[in-house]
Design a protein around this ligand. Structure first.
Ligand SMILES: Nc1nc2c(ncn2[C@@H]2O[C@H](COP(=O)(O)OP(=O)(O)OP(=O)(O)O)[C@@H](O)[C@H]2O)c(=O)[nH]1
Ligand SMILES: [Mg+2]
Length: 367
């Protein structure tokens, strides 16, 4: 466990914690890592575990109820503070569908935001065969999580396991794929190659990044760079975004045989395929032990969202109401009384005449 890393991996809920443990194992070198759940049985030796909703739920879990999980987490969220010392970026792994994965993730991300810690959320959405209730649970919190988090990867389990047949294989594949995306940030920082990204640069990149997609591919052989680009352009996890791509983060992970021409081919191919006008960040990881002879490419596509870029605050989505208010410089103060705010109102026929007519009548002036 690397207690000093400025990045924390946090698994939330039963499946979220299990997947996060798998990601930690796949990384193999000890991430700064913790799990949290309303169910005490999720806790395991040698991994810090935070029991959410202690007094309210006594470690029994939320039983699929998002509201219970939210309230329980709200009450007890301060328990995670001891794990936040020096944390500059939180990476959350959760599986939406049950109560805790949905409700506790929302409250945790909200709490992190109040502590000034941006969060990147990797959240799976339920298999179609799990039925409508779990799908609805997931859909109900997605946009709320999106408002609080800096970046969100919603990954349908149906797509994540692709064509796996046996359940065991499917889950292993899900964890492997998630691990390649989730651990990219640590790999970039801890095993930098020719082109480096540090935690602050990553933090800046993901701040206000919005909804995102990622995919990864590992290739070898003489044509590995074009092969990687080709596979990524066809990757189901990168298809069907809900918005325009605003920024691309491309990680090239390889051993000591990585050639400059390969980096060039990958950069050109990814930009051509996913957006040559948007912000593009490419960094390399040099890890001979893990990638010897092989080349792995992780692509993250961050979509344009309605987040307020101008305020510099994370996660403040512009609602139509806020937009109207921002556009209407006269609609100020709680009652719209402007400079008459502190004077005795001139009331006639039940209407305060110091408030301009267009505000009293709720007429929107489109300046
Ligand atoms: N990848 C993966 N996903 C799983 C697994 N088991 C369940 N899921 C997914 O995780 C979602 C949430 O289930 P749980 O983790 O059991 O629920 P929870 O977040 O603990 O919520 P409560 O138990 O209701 O408090 C499910 O709807 C599934 O989509 C698993 O072993 N691996
Ligand atoms: Mg559970």
């Amino acid at each position: 466990m690397n207690e000093k890393s400025p990045m924390l991996l946090l698994g939330i809920g039963g499946a979220g914690s299990a997947v996060a443990r798998g990601v930690n194992r796949a990384f193999g070198e000890g991430l700064r890592f913790a799990t949290a759940d309303t169910d005490a049985s999720t806790g395991q030796d040698d991994i810090p575990f935070y029991l959410l909703g202690g007094d309210r739920l006594s470690g029994r879990g939320a039983g699929g109820d998002i509201v219970t999980a939210r309230l329980a987490t709200e009450d007890s969220i301060a328990v995670i503070d001891e794990s936040l010392e020096g944390v500059r970026l939180a990476v959350i792994v959760t599986c939406l569908g049950g109560g805790t994965g949905c409700g506790a993730t929302l409250e945790t991300v909200r709490h992190l935001k109040t502590r000034g810690i941006p969060s990147v959320v990797f959240a799976t959405t339920p298999f179609t065969f799990e039925g409508e209730t779990r799908q609805q649970n997931a859909r109900g919190v997605m946009s709320l999580i999106e408002e609080e988090a800096s970046a969100t990867f919603f990954i349908p389990l149906d797509k994540l396991v692709a064509d796996a047949d046996v359940m065991e294989d499917a889950m292993r594949r899900a964890v492997d794929t998630l691990a390649s995306g989730v651990t990219l940030f640590w790999r970039l920082v801890e095993k930098p190659g020719y082109i480096k990204l540090d935690t602050e640069r990553i933090r800046h990149l993901v701040s206000r990044a919005g909804r995102a997609r990622f995919a990864t591919v590992t290739v070898q052989g003489p044509n590995r760079a074009p092969d990687a680009v080709d596979a990524l352009t066809r990757a189901p996890l990168l298809a069907e975004g809900s918005g325009e791509v605003r920024a691309i983060l491309c990680g090239v992970l390889a051993g000591e045989d990585l050639r400059l021409s390969e980096i060039g081919k990958i950069a050109d191919g990814i930009r051509t395929a996913f957006g040559d006008q948007c912000v593009f960040d490419l960094a390399t990881v040099n890890d001979e032990q893990t990638f010897s002879g092989r080349l792995s490419v992780v692509v993250m596509l961050f979509e344009a969202t309605g987040k307020d870029e101008s305020s510099g605050k994370t996660g403040s989505a512009i609602t139509p109401k806020k937009q109207r208010k921002a556009r209407n410089p006269l609609a100020q103060g709680p009652q719209g009384r402007g400079r008459f705010n502190n004077s005795e109102p001139t009331v006639w026929n039940g209407e305060d005449l110091d408030v301009p007519t267009f505000i009293r009548r709720n007429i929107n002036l489109d300046f």
